[in-house]
Design a protein. Structure first.
Length: 250
């Protein structure tokens, strides 16, 4: 077999990490699996709601759209702005608001400050596939990325375009598990993997020791329980896949 053909046969798909929505335009999403990461708390809540039996989650990018759609389909309208329940919505962005007895077989219409915005940005840029990732569904995300054998972009929702630690940590956790299956020539991915390597023994303590901005913000609202849950691997281990305007369990 010619050397070039051998190289093509053995080539691995690429993996990149966009540490902020403001950097997403630098990456080609057309044939990529884009992982939307908003650990505190949108993608953790999405995984939890679907794990607990939600029919689907419909992510929207404005409060007005959330309210309107919720009325049309008799869905649960939920979301936050700046960490608090958004005015006019019924529920917030805490995973603990969506136990099985409440969310089972219902539709959640969700809008958040960062995560749903990034998802719609990825859609607008022609993402090949979109899934959502968080520590509660870490293994499901990693298994799916390996199974697809397609280029991957790990998209961190960050905080109003400012890089944050928790989304970087999740990107690093994914990279730690899947790196043998991908070609990773990407400094932001290497940074994420390095930071995760330092933090993985105790993610909560790491966030605390660095006085992470979102940690600080949510602790100010008395949400330590939410933070600890959102940093716990595989407690809602389903794969939310975006199809036809909805996130469903694959």
């Amino acid at each position: 077999m010619p050397t070039f053909a051998l190289l093509m046969t053995n080539s691995k798909p690429s993996l990149y990490t966009a540490l902020s929505p403001a950097l997403l335009h630098l990456y080609d999403l057309n044939h990529a699996v884009v992982v939307i990461i908003d650990v505190l708390r949108a993608t953790s809540t999405i995984a939890t709601a679907l794990y607990n039996g939600a029919r689907c989650v419909i992510p929207v990018d404005s409060v007005a759209k959330c309210i309107e759609l919720g009325r049309q389909i008799d869905g649960i309208t939920a979301g936050e702005r700046d960490g608090m329940i958004a005015e006019g919505l019924e529920h917030g962005n805490s995973p603990f608001e969506y136990p099985k007895e409440f969310i089972n077989n219902r539709t959640l219409v969700l809008t958040t400050t960062n995560g749903t915005k990034l998802l719609h940005m990825a859609l607008d840029r022609g993402a090949g596939q979109i899934v959502t990732g968080s520590f509660p569904n870490l293994q499901a995300v990693c298994d799916y990325l390996v199974s697809q054998n397609q280029p991957v972009v790990l998209g961190c929702a960050a905080w109003k375009d400012r890089v944050n630690i928790e989304d970087m940590l999740f990107a690093g956790a994914v990279i730690d598990q899947v790196k043998e299956h991908f070609s990773i020539n990407c400094d932001s991915s290497q940074i994420a993997a390095t930071v995760y390597g330092q933090a993985k023994g105790d993610l909560f303590a790491f966030m605390q020791s660095k006085d992470a901005s979102h940690y600080h913000r949510l602790m100010g609202f008395g949400l330590e329980k939410d933070i600890r849950y959102c940093l716990t691997p595989d407690v809602a281990n389903v794969l939310p896949l975006y199809e036809n305007g909805k996130l469903i369990v694959l």
